[in-house]
Design a protein around this ligand. Sequence first.
Ligand SMILES: [Zn+2]
Ligand SMILES: [Zn+2]
Ligand SMILES: [Zn+2]
Length: 263
Amino acid sequence: MNVSLLMLGSGTSQGVPAIGCRCETCLSDDPRDKRLRPSVLFTTGRSTLLVDTSSDFRQQMLREGVRCIDGVLYTHHHFDHIGGFDDLRQFNFLQNTAMRIYGLQNTLDEVRLTFRYAFGDALQLGGGVPSTILHAVKPAIPFSIDAATVTPIPVMHGVLPILGYRVGDIAYITDTNHIPETSFQLLEGLDVLVLDALRHKEHPTHFCLDEAIEIARRIGARKTWFTHIAHNIMHERDSALLPENMDFSYDGLLITSERGSHD
Ligand SMILES: [Zn+2]
Ligand SMILES: [Zn+2]
Ligand SMILES: [Zn+2]
């Protein structure tokens, strides 16, 4: 079974360009310097699994012509990763079913708090609410969505434990500055790694570029793509800093595992 990953948004929480910014990257004409908020779409066999409903979710779905999502995998509750939640409504209409949502219990609790009108707490409904079924997942314990097997990868985002996800031989790990030893075992034999690399300077909750390169070397995937990229990084200019098998991802990039999946 082949696995692919479509880069829906390779940007950081403000997106690139940032509103009102006149820096070189924000003024760049290179389409790879236009980055929507962070999200990816895994496709494996007949299943389409969305990772996070970013603040740019609607725009991403329209751009890529997505008409079906079989499940949403949340990495964590920061708003750039959940902000598009309300637009899951349209997939309720298209698929005539509730959306299955997966994440750590803490993440699901925060989604319920942030969008409480969608969980039975609305005084007056407007255009309807997203219909969802929440499934709490356990760190490092693989689970199935139809025929697809998903492994949640525990990582740290500052003091917050969050999840990356591995499907077949592709892993997506965003918003992290530390990968626990036990999680490296879950990343063995990877074909493709997509990893957080926020900017050049160190940051308390994200890998900076040098740290990301070092971790990517240790994980040793055939190919590593960096994501959650801030405007301090300019695609063409800074690509020269990267080792041969690593690159900055960009919106619209389609990554296919050359090995396919184990399942
Ligand atoms: Zn983020
Ligand atoms: Zn800028
Ligand atoms: Zn975050």
